[in-house]
Each structure stands twice: as C-alpha cells, then as structure tokens.
Design a binder for this molecule. Structure first.
Ligand SMILES: *[C@@H]1O[C@H](CO)[C@@H](O)[C@H](O)[C@H]1NC(C)=O
Ligand SMILES: *[C@@H]1O[C@H](CO)[C@@H](O)[C@H](O)[C@H]1NC(C)=O
Ligand SMILES: *[C@@H]1O[C@H](CO)[C@@H](O)[C@H](O)[C@H]1NC(C)=O
Length: 211
C-alpha cells in the first residue's frame, strides 16, 4: 500500500446505474482509527470542498428521534440488544443522498468491515470514488486520546487498545479490498493537523467547487 496523496487523475465516478434514481454522485469513504484526526479533517473537507458529511450513527440517531415507524423499530431493536441490520442503516444513507441537493458525499467511519462494504455495494450499487484512509500508529493515537481525555475514566489505556484492535481487525480487510482496486488514498495522519490538511487539499483540489 503506497502512500498516494497525489491528486486523482479521474474526478467523478460515472454512476448512472445506481439505486439513487439515476442521480450521479461522488462518494468518498473516510476511514481512520480512534484519534486519527479524521473528524477534524471531515469538517475541513465539508467547508472547503463542498462535500456533505454523512455518518451512519448520526442518521440512525436522527431516525429514532424523528419518531417514525422505522425509528421506533430501530429504537426497540437497540433496546433489546439486537443488531440493527446493515440494510436498515444503508437505506438511511441512500435516502440521505437522494434527498440532498448535493452530489458529493463523505461517508465517515464507514464501511467498518467487509460485511458493511458488501451490503452497501449490493443495496446502493455505488462504488466509492476513493477511500480516504487516515493512517496513524497506535502509539500516536494513544498519546492523543489520553491527552484529550484527561481525567475521563472510560478512556483508559485498555479501552483505547481494544478500540484500536477492533478498528485494525475489521477495517484493514476493507482497505485491502479497495487497495486492490487502486482506490485507497492514504494520509500520514501522525503529522500535525495543518500538514495533514495540506495532504487532504492535494487530494480534494479536483473536487473544489468551480468559481
Ligand atoms: C456494520 O457492521 C456492524 C458489525 O457487524 C453492524 O453492527 C452494523 O450495523 C453495520 N453497519 C452498517 C451501516 O452496515
Ligand atoms: C422504512 O424502512 C424501509 C426499509 O428499510 C424503507 O423501504 C421504507 O421506505 C422506510 N419507511 C419510511 C417511512 O422511511
Ligand atoms: C452481496 O452480494 C454478493 C453477490 O451476490 C453476495 O455474495 C454477498 O453475500 C452480498 N453481501 C451482503 C452483505 O449481503
């Protein structure tokens, strides 16, 4: 997996045969471990490159809060400790993309694993333009998380290591899958935030809104 922060040669993924009623979209998956700084950079990308940020967790919470029939169903499942089927969450992502006036989406923290990826592609028939991967060593992430959460008991070293392990085990197969299709743009996320943003800018420049 080579570091590739070069601007992509091809800009928009031509997707006509998707499940968004033919709406053409550019989808970027954003992956990175806890403390990799991907949240900060997502905010930057939304602000500077006109993407709409989507998070599966936020959409689930919004659906529950809306009190819709589906929302109530989701709430009940979570309360009963059942796993919300991937299809449900993916349908929410799909709906959000159809409803949005935008056609450029950052899907944050998704797909978490190979099952998520395959379900997304099966349901939406969309493949991402690329995957933005915030690569950071475990030592660096630990340092950041411990610094950020001083005094918080739930973020002790054990919890952090466990989250990191889960991230690596479930997400690496997804990264490898897209790497084999030459779709991973890896960023050295251990660098200071402004430098990381420079790399992000190089990648997203072709997507900047035309003035
Ligand atoms: C992703 O996978 C996890 C673990 O299997 C599952 O709980 C979750 O519902 C899936 N999410 C989506 C959006 O597919
Ligand atoms: C509820 O979810 C199903 C499948 O996930 C979807 O087809 C349907 O449109 C949803 N209903 C509403 C009111 O959003
Ligand atoms: C997606 O479709 C493929 C091919 O039909 C199938 O093998 C795979 O199990 C499906 N994935 C999910 C998560 O349903």
């Amino acid at each position: 997996m080579g570091t590739s922060v070069d601007a992509p040669a091809v800009v928009a993924e031509e997707v006509t045969d998707n499940m968004l009623g033919g709406k053409k979209v550019t989808v970027v998956f954003v992956l990175g471990g806890p403390g990799s700084g991907k949240g900060t950079q997502c905010t930057n990308i939304v602000e500077h490159f006109g993407f709409t940020h989507l998070s599966a967790g936020d959409l689930l919470r919004a659906e529950i809060k809306s009190g819709s029939e589906n929302g109530t169903m989701i709430e009940t499942m979570i309360k009963e400790g059942k796993i919300v089927p991937s299809e449900v969450t993916i349908k929410l992502l799909q709906e959000a993309m159809i409803k949005s006036e935008n056609d450029k989406f950052l899907i944050d923290g998704f797909p978490r694993n190979e099952e998520n990826r395959s379900a997304f592609e099966n349901v939406t028939k969309i493949s991402p333009a690329f995957v933005l991967f915030f690569d950071c060593t475990e030592e660096e992430m630990e340092k950041r998380l411990l610094g950020r959460n001083q005094g918080r008991v739930d973020d002790n070293i054990e919890t952090i290591r466990k989250r990191f392990k889960v991230f690596v085990e479930s997400s690496l197969p997804v990264i490898e899958y897209y790497s084999s299709k030459d779709k991973v743009k890896k960023i050295d996320a251990a660098k200071p935030i402004p430098e990381v943003f420079e790399d992000v800018t190089a990648i997203f420049a072709p997507y900047a809104p035309k003035v």
